[in-house]
Design a protein around this ligand. Structure first.
Ligand SMILES: [Zn+2]
Length: 269
């Protein structure tokens, strides 16, 4: 079986804030790379333990989040521009998709470093379903007929994943300490509004992710029907609400596509 792991960075346990840990100028960026790569290696190991034949890791963090040298030598690393932004290099040769290091969508209470895309989004809605980055990835996989079997990241992301894609195995590494309801904040204020969290030890989280990955692939082999997707059917309508930014007031942008979620997501934001 061939597994694709899509990674992000803000949802990793031990990644303590945005500016210090997930951007190259940050003092702890290299440590952030190590922490994410450690969580990814745990997932790679769990998938191979459950009988995976190939595991590809797609580094999905804008600035990059994987240290290639530290990545499990059995995994392949995918990075750099693909033909199009979506479906995030997922294609139908994969048997399953997993996410590691993911954070919850903009507006989520008790999430850490909360955002969708950047801190300028209030919400993305597709046909009445509010989605963040997890939803973008998993619903692309849905269109390609591939189950999303594992979601690792902060606790709020685990809840988001279970609600959107019931049956997905989740592993939580930290819990945000701030409520939300902050739609009135502008981008700069929202960027620093959700920086508190309670973290599990990275060593503990890696153990849990290894067990979760193994359990997820075993579950896929035994009961593939246990992984569910929401009822989302064509035509597709995407509504994005943007935050106020400087002098520019909050606004909404709507686009539609007659038959493809992936094509809808490739319409520029
Ligand atoms: Zn992200």
């Amino acid at each position: 079986m061939k597994i694709l792991i899509l990674t992000d960075m803000e949802g990793v346990a031990g990644v303590l804030n945005h500016d210090g840990w997930v951007i190259p100028e940050g003092r702890f960026y290299d440590k952030g790379l190590r922490l994410l790569t450690g969580e990814v290696n745990a997932a790679v190991d769990g998938f191979f333990a459950a009988g995976a034949d190939e595991v590809v890791v797609r580094d999905g963090h804008g600035f990059g989040g994987i240290d290639p040298e530290l990545l499990d030598e059995r995994a392949l690393l995918s990075r750099g521009p693909a033909e199009q932004g979506f479906p995030c290099v997922i294609h139908d040769t994969y048997d399953a998709v997993a996410v590691v290091g993911q954070h919850a969508k903009a507006g989520t209470p008790y999430s850490h470093i909360t955002h969708t895309q950047w801190f300028n989004f209030i919400n993305i809605d597709v046909n009445g379903i509010s989605i963040g980055e997890y939803g973008q990835v998993s619903l692309c996989a849905m269109e390609l007929g591939i189950p999303t079997i594992l979601a690792c990241g902060e606790e709020a992301l685990c809840k988001e994943a279970q609600a959107l894609t019931p049956g997905v195995v989740t592993v939580s590494g930290k819990r945000g300490l701030m409520a939300d309801g902050l739609d009135e904040l502008d981008t700069d204020a929202y960027r620093v509004a959700k920086l508190g969290a309670l973290h599990k030890s990275p060593a503990v989280v890696r153990r849990l992710i290894g067990q979760g990955a193994k359990a997820a692939l075993e579950k896929l082999k035994k009961t593939p029907e246990a992984f569910k997707y929401p009822a989302l059917t064509a035509p597709y309508k995407r509504t994005i609400r943007y935050r106020q930014e400087g002098d520019k007031a909050a606004y909404e942008a709507v686009v539609e596509h007659p038959n493809s979620f992936i094509s809808l997501m490739n319409i520029p934001f």
